[in-house]
Design a protein around this ligand. Sequence first.
Ligand SMILES: Nc1ncnc2c1ncn2[C@@H]1O[C@H](COP(=O)(O)OP(=O)(O)OP(=O)(O)O)[C@@H](O)[C@H]1O
Length: 257
Amino acid sequence: MSLLEISGLRKSYGPVEAIRDVSVSLRDGELVCLVGPSGCGKTTLLKCAAGLLAPSGGSVTLGGEPVTAPPPNLAVVFQEYGRSLFPWLTVRRNVELPLREKKVARAERDRLVSEALSAVGLADRGDAYPWELSGGMQQRVAIARAVAYQPSVLLMDEPFAAVDAQTRAELEDLIRSIWRTFGVTILFVTHDIDEAVYLGERVVVLSGSPTVVQETLTVDLPAERDQLTTRSDPRFTELRTHVYAEIQSAKKPTPAP
Ligand SMILES: Nc1ncnc2c1ncn2[C@@H]1O[C@H](COP(=O)(O)OP(=O)(O)OP(=O)(O)O)[C@@H](O)[C@H]1O
């Protein structure tokens, strides 16, 4: 059964048609990657899915309910970790903040924060301030905050675009591990083809703007993935080459209907 349903979504900014027709459906517990050329409307699509932006047409439903404002059981992790954390709050406090707003009782809050910080490997950095941490660690804090909130859906908008390649690989593995541990449904937006194939159970390829779904691909790689084995698997190479070719043709703008 689908949990998050994006159906016939359209979005124009005044005369600029950004998204023409996108439908994506996520089953409960799925990890789906959205990949497309730069400027194709990935962020726009994600904001519409999160209830942060009203679509011009089509619909978004979460658990059968229409999404018209940010739903309580959905969390978003953005690319710019530097701007998403409060510098005057410690790591623990940053992670705890949405739980306070949700009026979670103190003991439960402490438990959820500790569990989330352990899951991202920052159990011993709770008293640090974000600016004392590296970029990759700050993004881990943002991920811990989303996880502690126990969302049923996690939307991620190019969350690793601003970190170095090694950190990025570690964070990719972290997402797979969090996904498997917590059973959260994830929609992960990236412009990185290898990342999309490495992470996803399915990859949705978007066309150039005005955007339509170019292709949806099932990633038939083993669930147990690691940077060395998976990336040297001939099937991985086949899939990424296929998606690369799709993106190249997707860069051509969609002809007018
Ligand atoms: N607030 C806005 N007002 C007008 N046009 C906008 C606005 N936001 C986005 N656009 C336009 O909509 C299109 C899609 O933008 P969006 O940021 O969603 O793409 P993206 O795929 O996330 O881009 P990138 O890969 O570069 O991050 C672009 O043509 C952009 O210029």
